[in-house]
Design a protein around this ligand. Structure first.
Ligand code: HEC
Length: 124
Protein backbone atom coordinates (compact mmCIF):
# COMPACT_ATOMS: atom_id res chain seq x y z
CA UNK A 1 0.00 0.00 0.00
CA UNK A 2 2.72 2.46 0.99
CA UNK A 3 4.67 1.37 -2.00
CA UNK A 4 1.85 2.05 -4.46
CA UNK A 5 1.10 5.43 -2.89
CA UNK A 6 4.65 6.65 -3.39
CA UNK A 7 4.52 5.47 -6.99
CA UNK A 8 1.39 7.56 -7.45
CA UNK A 9 3.21 10.58 -5.99
CA UNK A 10 6.08 10.23 -8.40
CA UNK A 11 3.70 9.83 -11.32
CA UNK A 12 1.80 13.01 -10.37
CA UNK A 13 5.02 15.02 -10.06
CA UNK A 14 6.14 13.95 -13.53
CA UNK A 15 2.75 14.75 -15.02
CA UNK A 16 2.78 18.28 -13.60
CA UNK A 17 6.32 18.90 -14.82
CA UNK A 18 5.32 17.90 -18.35
CA UNK A 19 2.09 19.89 -18.29
CA UNK A 20 3.80 23.19 -17.32
CA UNK A 21 4.21 25.28 -20.49
CA UNK A 22 7.91 25.55 -21.27
CA UNK A 23 7.44 29.21 -22.28
CA UNK A 24 6.87 30.32 -18.70
CA UNK A 25 10.07 30.51 -16.72
CA UNK A 26 8.09 31.49 -13.64
CA UNK A 27 4.77 30.23 -12.34
CA UNK A 28 1.66 31.86 -13.74
CA UNK A 29 0.92 33.48 -10.38
CA UNK A 30 4.33 35.12 -10.32
CA UNK A 31 3.84 36.33 -13.90
CA UNK A 32 0.46 37.83 -13.01
CA UNK A 33 1.87 39.55 -9.95
CA UNK A 34 4.79 41.01 -11.89
CA UNK A 35 2.50 42.02 -14.76
CA UNK A 36 0.18 43.88 -12.42
CA UNK A 37 3.13 45.68 -10.87
CA UNK A 38 4.40 46.68 -14.31
CA UNK A 39 0.93 47.93 -15.28
CA UNK A 40 0.53 49.99 -12.12
CA UNK A 41 4.06 51.03 -11.17
CA UNK A 42 6.96 50.09 -13.41
CA UNK A 43 5.60 51.40 -16.72
CA UNK A 44 6.22 55.10 -17.02
CA UNK A 45 3.74 56.71 -17.74
CA UNK A 46 1.49 54.24 -15.96
CA UNK A 47 -0.96 52.34 -18.20
CA UNK A 48 -3.82 53.19 -15.84
CA UNK A 49 -3.49 56.91 -16.60
CA UNK A 50 -5.05 56.19 -19.97
CA UNK A 51 -6.71 52.79 -19.60
CA UNK A 52 -9.50 51.37 -17.50
CA UNK A 53 -8.68 47.90 -16.17
CA UNK A 54 -10.94 46.49 -13.48
CA UNK A 55 -8.38 44.10 -12.01
CA UNK A 56 -5.86 46.92 -11.49
CA UNK A 57 -8.63 49.28 -10.32
CA UNK A 58 -7.67 51.98 -12.84
CA UNK A 59 -10.15 54.21 -14.64
CA UNK A 60 -8.15 56.09 -17.30
CA UNK A 61 -10.35 57.30 -20.13
CA UNK A 62 -7.92 58.20 -22.95
CA UNK A 63 -7.24 54.75 -24.41
CA UNK A 64 -9.66 51.88 -24.98
CA UNK A 65 -11.18 50.15 -21.93
CA UNK A 66 -9.03 47.05 -21.72
CA UNK A 67 -11.77 44.96 -20.08
CA UNK A 68 -13.86 45.51 -23.22
CA UNK A 69 -11.05 45.31 -25.75
CA UNK A 70 -9.81 41.99 -24.29
CA UNK A 71 -6.45 42.26 -26.04
CA UNK A 72 -4.39 39.15 -26.75
CA UNK A 73 -0.88 38.83 -25.37
CA UNK A 74 0.45 39.62 -28.86
CA UNK A 75 -1.68 42.77 -29.08
CA UNK A 76 -0.41 44.06 -25.72
CA UNK A 77 3.18 43.24 -26.57
CA UNK A 78 2.98 45.05 -29.91
CA UNK A 79 1.22 48.11 -28.47
CA UNK A 80 3.76 48.38 -25.65
CA UNK A 81 6.92 47.77 -27.72
CA UNK A 82 5.95 49.69 -30.87
CA UNK A 83 3.38 52.14 -29.56
CA UNK A 84 -0.02 52.72 -31.16
CA UNK A 85 -1.55 56.10 -32.01
CA UNK A 86 -0.94 58.52 -29.13
CA UNK A 87 0.45 55.71 -26.98
CA UNK A 88 4.25 55.92 -26.94
CA UNK A 89 6.46 52.82 -27.14
CA UNK A 90 7.87 51.74 -23.78
CA UNK A 91 11.61 51.41 -24.26
CA UNK A 92 12.58 51.09 -20.58
CA UNK A 93 10.77 47.82 -19.85
CA UNK A 94 12.69 44.54 -19.98
CA UNK A 95 11.51 41.65 -22.11
CA UNK A 96 10.49 39.80 -18.94
CA UNK A 97 8.44 42.79 -17.77
CA UNK A 98 6.69 43.07 -21.14
CA UNK A 99 5.93 39.34 -21.26
CA UNK A 100 4.49 39.47 -17.74
CA UNK A 101 2.50 42.61 -18.57
CA UNK A 102 1.04 41.04 -21.73
CA UNK A 103 0.21 37.82 -19.86
CA UNK A 104 -1.43 39.79 -17.05
CA UNK A 105 -3.59 42.07 -19.23
CA UNK A 106 -4.72 39.25 -21.54
CA UNK A 107 -5.47 36.92 -18.63
CA UNK A 108 -7.51 39.29 -16.47
CA UNK A 109 -9.51 40.61 -19.44
CA UNK A 110 -10.12 37.20 -21.01
CA UNK A 111 -7.99 37.95 -24.08
CA UNK A 112 -6.16 35.21 -25.95
CA UNK A 113 -2.95 34.07 -24.30
CA UNK A 114 -0.52 32.87 -26.92
CA UNK A 115 1.86 30.25 -25.58
CA UNK A 116 3.92 30.45 -28.73
CA UNK A 117 4.97 34.05 -28.34
CA UNK A 118 8.35 33.20 -26.90
CA UNK A 119 9.04 30.75 -29.71
CA UNK A 120 8.04 33.43 -32.22
CA UNK A 121 10.44 35.86 -30.61
CA UNK A 122 13.28 33.38 -30.68
CA UNK A 123 12.72 32.99 -34.43
CA UNK A 124 12.87 36.73 -35.13
C1 HEC B 1 -0.89 58.36 -22.86
C2 HEC B 1 -2.00 57.43 -22.73
C3 HEC B 1 -1.69 55.96 -22.79
C4 HEC B 1 -0.87 55.23 -21.95
C5 HEC B 1 0.00 55.74 -20.82
C6 HEC B 1 -1.00 53.85 -22.38
N1 HEC B 1 -1.87 53.75 -23.41
FE1 HEC B 1 -2.43 52.04 -24.33
N2 HEC B 1 -3.48 53.12 -25.70
C7 HEC B 1 -3.71 54.47 -25.65
C8 HEC B 1 -4.54 54.87 -26.77
C9 HEC B 1 -5.04 56.27 -27.07
C10 HEC B 1 -4.78 53.70 -27.51
C11 HEC B 1 -5.59 53.56 -28.81
C12 HEC B 1 -4.66 53.84 -29.97
C13 HEC B 1 -5.30 53.69 -31.31
O1 HEC B 1 -6.13 52.77 -31.46
O2 HEC B 1 -4.98 54.48 -32.18
C14 HEC B 1 -4.12 52.62 -26.79
C15 HEC B 1 -4.15 51.31 -27.18
C16 HEC B 1 -3.74 50.25 -26.40
C17 HEC B 1 -3.97 48.85 -26.70
C18 HEC B 1 -4.70 48.30 -27.91
C19 HEC B 1 -3.76 48.12 -29.05
C20 HEC B 1 -4.46 47.58 -30.25
O3 HEC B 1 -4.03 46.56 -30.77
O4 HEC B 1 -5.47 48.17 -30.66
C21 HEC B 1 -3.42 48.12 -25.68
C22 HEC B 1 -3.42 46.60 -25.55
C23 HEC B 1 -2.83 49.05 -24.76
N3 HEC B 1 -3.04 50.33 -25.23
C24 HEC B 1 -2.17 48.70 -23.60
C25 HEC B 1 -1.46 49.60 -22.81
C26 HEC B 1 -0.58 49.21 -21.74
C27 HEC B 1 -0.36 47.78 -21.27
C28 HEC B 1 -0.02 50.35 -21.25
C29 HEC B 1 1.06 50.50 -20.18
C30 HEC B 1 2.33 49.85 -20.48
C31 HEC B 1 -0.60 51.46 -22.01
N4 HEC B 1 -1.45 50.96 -22.94
C32 HEC B 1 -0.32 52.79 -21.77
C33 HEC B 1 -3.22 55.34 -24.69
C34 HEC B 1 -2.32 55.01 -23.70
Amino acid sequence: MIHSLSRLGAFTAVTFALAAPAAFAQSNDEMLELGREVFLERAEPACGLCHTLADAETDGGIGPILDELQPSTDQVRLAVTLGVGPMQPYTDLSEEEIEALAFYVATVTGGTVSEEEEDAEAAE
